[in-house]
Design a protein around this ligand. Structure first.
Ligand SMILES: [Zn+2]
Length: 247
């Protein structure tokens, strides 16, 4: 059976010299593994469209549960990422997260759309990459069932005057209510406002917020810690991004 779909290449590995095995997040088939025969061969029409982080239209032949790529045409290659080591590393971290949070053969257009929007923003270079990273991490958690409870203090129900956020519990509380719960860290009101925006905004307005330098730093740290605490795993691509960001 042939299917035409669009998809973002999350991972590509070389297979038998001239071919590639791709992990692709597609819009209609979910996350799939595809054999791209001959895609590594010089002059192959599949080459550009099958590289890591390419978003392409693909025709896929499926037989006995195995997918083979027969045609591919690039839609967006995110060129702005490809000549910047740190941005490409951040894009790679995004693709590792997308791979972690998506399911085999189950379409999840919201996750794909979030990934594409954030890669567009990184590639266009108009938004601070640190803010794109924080927004991507927190929003991905929200749409994957890990939405933090940010409406009010989890203990007294009021709007905290001095807010604290527990990355373990995903809960908000007042500094004065966190007795015995000192894992919850104090956060600024600007950080809380940004977290609420990222959690609740319309998808198109996700990145339409601005914060000062210290709030950006705190927001970045809280969103990353929340994701790592909830998943309980480290990401090699994140470590690599942190290394190259400093170069
Ligand atoms: Zn309280």
């Amino acid at each position: 059976m042939y299917t035409t779909t669009t998809g973002l290449v999350l991972r590509d590995s070389v297979y038998k010299e001239s071919s590639r095995i791709l992990t692709v997040l597609t819009d209609s088939m979910g996350k799939i593994t595809v054999n791209a025969r001959g895609a590594k061969r010089k002059g192959s029409k599949l080459m550009g469209a099958t590289q890591h982080l390419a978003y392409s239209e693909m025709t896929i032949f499926t037989e006995k549960g195995r997918h083979t790529l027969t045609e591919a045409r690039p839609i967006e290659l995110f060129e702005g990422l490809r000549d910047d080591l740190a941005l490409y590393a951040l894009g790679t971290y995004f693709s590792e997260l997308l791979e972690t949070f998506s399911n085999e053969d189950i379409p999840d257009p919201e996750i794909l759309s979030l990934g594409l929007n954030c890669l567009y923003a990184l590639s266009a270079g108009k938004t601070d990459p640190a803010l794109v990273k924080a927004a991507f991490e927190l929003r991905l958690m929200c749409i994957s069932g890990f939405e933090p409870m940010l409406d009010g203090c989890v203990k007294c129900g009021k709007e905290p005057e001095v807010p604290a956020f527990s990355v373990q519990g995903g809960t908000l509380m007042c500094a004065s209510c966190r007795v015995g719960d000192y894992e919850a860290r104090l956060i600024g009101r600007g950080t809380l406002a940004a977290m609420r925006h990222i959690s609740c905004s319309e998808p198109k307005k996700l990145l339409s917020f601005s914060v000062g330098e210290s709030t950006a730093r705190e927001l970045g740290s809280v969103c990353e810690s929340f994701l790592i605490a909830q998943l309980g795993q480290d990401f090699r691509s994140l470590d690599y991004y942190k290394q190259v960001r400093q170069i």
